[in-house]
Design a protein around this ligand. Structure first.
Ligand code: 6GU
Length: 243
């Protein structure tokens, strides 16, 4: 997978050199390039923003540097349409399902806005060359798209085949089946005044599976009742319903 990120703070993205994603880049599984938007300006102050038409607080990102930057990452073959992800609190919510979808793409481009956002005409222009997807991490406001890109690239990148060493670890994790993950424990079995649930020491695999499933359901019910409401009833077994 190829990923391009355009930002006025390329240093923010340095964290993508670390850990699993950094290793995937070294191994050639991810080809990730970060571009400085100011390199696509032509004035001596390298201006990327201006005041908003219609008035209002803050500044808006000028369209031309964005068009130049986005053109520079377009593939020579015009029949290939990269997905352009525009991080914004006004986007559709980025979920695990969206991460799975985007992990199938050949080429992702992230356009990190700052200030009050990017001139809307850039998105109209980009729609002729990219599949444009404004995406939000959730219902709160960040100062710019960079931190959101760190989160999205990590969530997407770990789903690219080969990036996570043991693909089984992708199966039993939060959101993989619409539920939150069950609690986990390690040695020692007695720690301070706390004990590991006895069933986990029993060696009874059926009982352990049932205990974990019940913990998933209870935890999801308490912390994220909205997820229970969205569950496909077909995924619930008899014991789930009894609980
Ligand atoms: Cl993707 N960007 C910004 N600027 N703020 C956000 C966000 C994204 N998601 C939640 N808040």
């Amino acid at each position: 997978m190829r990923i391009d990120v355009v930002s006025i703070f390329p240093e923010y993205l340095a964290a993508l050199e670390l850990s699993l994603i950094g290793k995937a880049r070294q191994d050639g599984l991810l080809q990730l390039d970060v571009h400085d938007l100011r390199d696509f300006t032509t004035d001596k102050h390298r201006t990327v923003d201006d005041t908003p038409y219609g008035g209002g607080a803050g500044m808006v990102m000028k369209p031309e540097p964005w068009a130049q930057a986005l053109e520079s990452v377009l593939p020579a073959d015009e029949s290939r349409r990269p997905v352009l992800i525009v991080p914004s609190p006004a986007g559709e919510v980025f979920t695990q399902a969206a991460a799975h979808e985007l992990a199938e793409e050949e080429h992702l481009v992230f356009a990190c806005g700052r200030y009050e956002g990017i001139d809307e005409r850039v998105l109209d222009w980009a729609q002729e060359r990219f599949t444009v997807r404004p995406m939000s991490l959730g219902d709160y406001v960040l100062n710019g798209g960079e931190v959101a890109v760190l989160a999205m690239v990590e969530a997407i990148g770990r789903l690219v085949p080969g990036v996570v060493g043991n693909p089984e670890s992708l199966v039993e994790e939060s959101h993989s089946d619409g539920l939150l993950e069950y609690p986990v424990y390690t040695k020692p079995s007695q720690w301070r005044d706390k004990e590991v649930p006895e069933v986990l020491l029993s060696g009874n695999h059926a009982k352990i599976a049932r205990f974990r499933r019940d913990e998933q359901l209870l935890r999801t019910l308490r912390r994220r009742p909205d997820l229970i409401a969205r569950l496909d009833p077909g995924t619930l077994d008899k014991a789930d319903k009894a609980l």
